[in-house]
Design a protein around this ligand. Sequence first.
Ligand SMILES: NC(=O)C1=CN([C@@H]2O[C@H](COP(=O)(O)OP(=O)(O)OC[C@H]3O[C@@H](n4cnc5c(N)ncnc54)[C@H](O)[C@@H]3O)[C@@H](O)[C@H]2O)C=CC1
Ligand SMILES: O=C(O)[C@@H]1CCC=N1
Length: 278
Amino acid sequence: MKGAERICFIGAGAMAEAMLAGLLKNRRIDADRVSVFNRQRRDRLDKLKRTYGVRIPEDRGRAVLEADTVILAVKPKDVQEALTQWRDYFHKGQRIISVAAGISTEAVEKMIAAEIPVIRAMPNTSCTIGLSATALCAGKWAKPADMEAARYLFSAIGSAVIVDEEAMDSVTALSGSGPAYIYFMVEALERAGVEAGLSKEISRELTLQTLLGAAHMLMETREEPAELRRKVTSPGGTTMAGLEELKRRRFDEAIKSAVLRAKSRSRELGNLLEQGVK
Ligand SMILES: NC(=O)C1=CN([C@@H]2O[C@H](COP(=O)(O)OP(=O)(O)OC[C@H]3O[C@@H](n4cnc5c(N)ncnc54)[C@H](O)[C@@H]3O)[C@@H](O)[C@H]2O)C=CC1
Ligand SMILES: O=C(O)[C@@H]1CCC=N1
């Protein structure tokens, strides 16, 4: 399968590009065996072709038909249109990987109305640099070999775990949306540094290196985050004063609410699709 797999991306947005960049960088796929198309923006496809060398098929039906793996990377509200449009071109010899948030494998299976292996995946945009945290789950027709093939693909762009489908809304809320929470925190830290008297450049540099260092400390020492936090926090010192302010403003509650709200939004996206709401 290595290198020889034919892949067709339906959807050419941020997520498709993040995956393409990561997969090609790691040589897990060959650009000339990858087809990409979207709904209408030709300029976008031309840019992807220039940047990554992928194919922009004139005959889209053929690209879908000939693909070993079809990666569905359209917004949840566009899943129905994208799948029904190509329903006659899907066949049992291929697998469909959907990255659409909230959309169940069952919903996809119903729309394609054939016994094709469907895999629901939730990567995140860090796949661009090979650092996605991806979770995968199997649809009704997906066999262990399909899951392994999907894991092989996604493990090239970060870590990839297989979970039960009921976990997917939580995964979406935590690691799918997660990079945005971190970026939001970085924005806030940078602004706070400036507010505290630093230049924008210095504040950014110190914030990013602090984030990188903390992430590596967590990964490399494998110590509990609470323990690492304790080591920063001298009794009566500056960190303690700062953390008290975060606690007073219920930082942990805010994070919990964000994840739980994103989880319920993932469910809503699936329900909206089933109700035919755009
Ligand atoms: N952006 C992210 O961090 C992540 C996104 N996702 C999921 O990935 C999917 C795509 O998200 P983005 O790339 O951010 O969206 P986007 O809006 O950047 O891209 C969507 C693409 O789908 C195309 N499209 C729409 N209808 C189509 C149709 N009928 N046929 C062919 N192409 C069609 C659009 O032209 C566009 O190229 C969503 O379902 C989202 O839930 C999953 C994980 C992370
Ligand atoms: O915001 C979204 O709906 C997508 C799913 C996870 C990350 N981005």
